[in-house]
Design a binder for this molecule. Structure first.
Ligand code: 5GP
Ligand code: MG
Length: 179
């Protein structure tokens, strides 16, 4: 797996140190009481597992399956909700977690849906944010790292379903990307 990586962008220890800080910020920003966390599958799985174990309060977890990339390396432009049931969010304070903010369409669509379903408030946290103009007017409340506009894998992020278990964030060699 490591052989397919051209360049490591953010190594594991750096990510973990940043998560310590982010968890503290999140803990301070919400009013006391149980918090509902919604994890966007599958990309935010690894980020969520490491971040949430650092938040010292009662949390409830829900997952949502949304698709915007459909396995390639560019956004398809539409956001599909793939689950048959949407979690009960009425009156709840929600923390929404995603792996990366790219065009912003995913976070924007999910945040809107949560508010439509009656969430009391939605805060967002992403591990990565690409430094670029967004198609959707959305910004995350908590960002782990700003990165350049390039396709990255690892720490939950995939290429064609693979590399999610890479413990760092990196850029693939062109030889590992099918043309
Ligand atoms: P957006 O809707 O903001 O354009 O894209 C969000 C989703 O696109 C993310 O949840 C992620 O699944 C995918 N995505 C965006 N940029 C990248 C990237 O550089 N690498 C990978 N693996 N996925 C990305
Ligand atoms: Mg994703």
């Amino acid at each position: 797996m490591r052989n397919d990586i051209e360049r490591i962008l953010i190594d594991e220890e750096v990510i973990h140190r940043r998560l310590d800080t982010m968890a503290g910020e999140i803990e301070r920003e919400f009013p006391p009481g149980p918090l509902l966390v919604i994890i966007l599958l599958k990309g935010a799985l690894v980020f969520a597992a490491d971040l949430l174990r650092r938040v010292p309060r009662v949390l409830e977890l829900e997952c949502l399956n949304v698709a915007s990339y459909h396995g390639g390396t560019e956004s398809s432009g539409t956001v599909d909700f793939l689950d048959r049931h949407f979690p009960e969010v009425k009156g709840r304070h929600v923390l929404l977690l995603d792996d990366i903010l790219d065009t912003g369409r995913t976070l924007d669509a999910v945040k809107r849906r949560l508010l439509e379903e009656g969430a009391a408030g939605v805060h967002t946290a992403v591990l990565l944010s690409k430094d670029k103009a967004r198609a959707a007017e959305v910004n995350a409340d908590h960002v782990g790292f700003q990165i350049g506009d390039e396709f990255v894998v690892g720490y939950g992020l995939d290429y064609q379903g693979k590399y999610r278990n890479l413990p760092c964030v990196g850029v693939l060699k062109t030889s590992a990307i099918k043309g």
